[in-house]
Design a protein around this ligand. Sequence first.
Ligand code: SF4
Ligand code: SF4
Length: 374
Amino acid sequence: MQPDDLSNQLKRRAQDLGFQHCGICPAVAPPGLSRLDAWLEAGYAGQMHYLSDRRHAYDHPRHVLDGVRSIVMVAMHYSSEPSNAPVAGQGRIARYAWGAVDYHDLIRGRLHQLADFLRELAPSSLTRGVVDTAPLAERELAQIAGLGWIGKNTLLISKSAGSYFFLAALLTDQTLAYDNPHAANHCGTCTACLDSCPTDAFPQPYVLDATRCISYLTIELQETIPLDLRHGMGDWLFGCDVCQDVCPWNRDAPCSAETDFAPCEDKNPMELAELLELDEQQFRARFRHTPLWRAHRRGLLRNAAIVLGNQRATEALPALVTGLQDEEPLVRGASAWAIGQLKHPAGEKALRVRLSLEADSQVIDEINSALRGG
Ligand code: SF4
Ligand code: SF4
């Protein structure tokens, strides 16, 4: 089959599989690797050591699939109607995680189906599907495949779809017909994303300091959240959508038709006090097959405590006192900070009792700081 025919059939199949956008590019070294080096050098990746550990693999897609010639880049919408604003005692979750399933599982299955289809047309094809799972510069390759441009908020943006979509790739050794790169940048003079980031995570346009980004802090970081960034987290329990929500290209962003991405009642927004009651087994039962699993129990409970502290809701005190007894120092420390924010006599008493029992030096520091009103 000719590359043109093969490509057209693949694009139609991708559409049928729920990928609303599909572009194809040759397997080339992505541009901008020197920017990646500078970004890593600046320490903006924080604890995401897997990026620097596999840095050389980003040089070329052949490190992901030996013999690769073409990359089929696909995008799947995930957005839904905006959630209700959280009230005190509730936390926000980033849109991509509102659904009932982990998107990796769903998309991986669809990529397998796309690869099977390619093998029906070209039986000897080598393929590999990638959804966040391999060292591939997805955004840069998606731009080369014509899907959009990389905005000042560092995300891929499409004129027709905004940025609320998952990107994935099917690599193959087949020669296909290639789309034109999306050469234009449509950010213009807009700076809405840069101006509205609650934690000032953009040192300059097109550069994200992940160590200040709420998505990183609430999902990737498995340590104490730096004191100066806690208030900026506001209501965000898991992830953050601010720099996408303000982007004018998302004003008419399409909603997802996937039922698995439809917002679950209990995530949109999420009750926080009950999170602080979950033991490891209950946490697993509730979140194992959802994106929230990535934060781990200790990370999510830490986040819940910080959001409750930011809301200064005294009704949350019993839940925070539970958090203050948690087996994880990370949760006890965040709960101590949050109780300090409530400035309530019963909270102060609970902190003093805990201080008399506490052995972890970081938690002791958090309690002392909370008692000083820090
Ligand atoms: S996701 Fe939130 S915290 Fe991160 S850069 Fe965007 S606005 Fe800032
Ligand atoms: S908010 Fe404005 S500057 Fe930021 S990505 Fe969107 S268009 Fe570009």
